[in-house]
Design a protein around this ligand. Sequence first.
Ligand code: HEM
Ligand code: HEM
Length: 187
Amino acid sequence: MLRSARELWLSFLAMLLITATYAAMLFFTSETPAAGSFYGHTVGIIGFLLMLMTETLYSLRKRTRSARLGRMSDWLQLHIFTGIVGPYMVLLHSSWKFNGLAGATMLLTAVIVLSGFVGRYIYTRIPRTADGIEDQGRIGQMQASTLANARRLMSLWHTVHIPIGMALFTSAFVHILGALYYATFLK
Ligand code: HEM
Ligand code: HEM
């Protein structure tokens, strides 16, 4: 599982398409789309919804442990796809300004995506079944000590990746409420 990197290629393709819409905006308006403009809002809102899906769906699927809801590997691929494309849209939303709380939220977003790549790398070092359970049958192929290290690293990694997500969504909600109140509704 996760060895084909299919979700990374699909993310790359989606980012190319989104970049094309951004380039079209630049071409037709000759200015960087502002975060509070129609385009800026649209990419900000869709990107944020994709990030919310990233934060919740995989965890929910992981906890239900019901195979009827689809394979864990597919859910993790979706997690990674929305976890790359969502933040990219939010980056285009920022209009390349990173002041105050919004800038800090963007920084946390970048950190969680980078940490995701590290986690993906460690995750693929541990042999698993398609449903994400460690595959005892294949563990023999690896040195036991290497595997124990990978497991330890993975749980250490969880203790970093998860709190960053929580901090990120807390500051994102404050930013969204503040930005909508001061920059959109008070205009
Ligand atoms: C994780 C999600 C988000 C991040 C990281 C983010 C980040 C940013 C950044 C970096 C800016 C530029 C700040 C500056 O001028 O220096 C900005 C502006 C803005 N954002 Fe977001 N944003 C997010 C989601 C949203 C959403 C969902 C909305 C709307 C519903 C929104 C509404 C706005 C508005 C209206 C502005 C313009 C504020 C102004 O003109 O002063 N943002 N955002
Ligand atoms: C908005 C961005 C992201 C958010 C909010 C986010 C959030 C989370 C959360 C909350 C978990 C814990 C799931 C659980 O055990 O219940 C998780 C796990 C994970 N994430 Fe992300 N993530 C993001 C982006 C990424 C990216 C871009 C990648 C890969 C390139 C990635 C790879 C992983 C991996 C490998 C796991 C561990 C899966 C497991 O142990 O079962 N994440 N993420």
